[in-house]
Design a protein around this ligand. Sequence first.
Ligand SMILES: N[C@@H](CCC(=O)N[C@@H](CS)C(=O)NCC(=O)O)C(=O)O
Length: 266
Amino acid sequence: MITLYDIPTSTPNAPFSPNTWKTRYEQRLSLECHAPSGLKSSLCYARYCLNYKGLPYKTIWVEYPDIDRVCAGIGAPSSVKPNGKPGHTLPTIQDDSTGAVISDSFLIAEYLDKTYPDKPLFPARSRPLQAAFTSHFISSTIMPFRPFVMPAAGKLLNPPSEAYYRAMREETYGVKMEEITPKGEARVVEWKKFEDALTNVDKYIGEGRFMMGDTISFADFLIAALLMWGKVSFGTSSDEWKDMSRWNNGRWANLLQALEEYATVV
Ligand SMILES: N[C@@H](CCC(=O)N[C@@H](CS)C(=O)NCC(=O)O)C(=O)O
């Protein structure tokens, strides 16, 4: 039995409702994953990975201010928080069958493949290349996206998490949350940089449906987690999501659609 620790949101009717997730998975295993909120289920690559592999798990919902205490309580290894300081982060999983407690999305995927080899997340010995892509994708694509999505994402959180999330981000960026997203011409320029970053990924993928052609792998869930973060935070009728869904001939909306069964069904 695995436990995933995930962050709850205050938007039960969001496309990926925390409550829906909770009901659906609670009787399964218990895995810990956090993730920026509504995106919780979305930015949470670990959840995609568990669902893809068809592993039973349960979810424990953890508010941001409780992450350190809860993770320390299960003996989770310390990691690096988004502000660069040492501390505990989600996703974290706890696997009762082996006693393992793993933090960090990539390490969780490695552990799951090693322990449960069916439906590999790193097929055909692709782990080294996927590690390189993950590192590149975080710096080239997730980082430029963050100033746009964070203020919207914070609004999905429950009050204790929202206050924590705001304080941490304001400390990191040195401005109020409302000032993090660029405005005016700067916004146009920075949004175009994000589009260009996704266009580069589109070129990497080329003709294939997924990063490895017809074969799903961790990289697809990494990209999908970012897309879901935007879709849930901005909302499907937002200009931001409309842009993202039409870029690269609809590749990103299509990718989410293709992976939908792993976002909602174990
Ligand atoms: N590299 C890590 C990053 C995890 C991470 O930064 N998680 C955030 C939530 S999105 C967290 O747990 N933050 C805890 C905090 O800010 O105290 C991963 O992919 O698992």
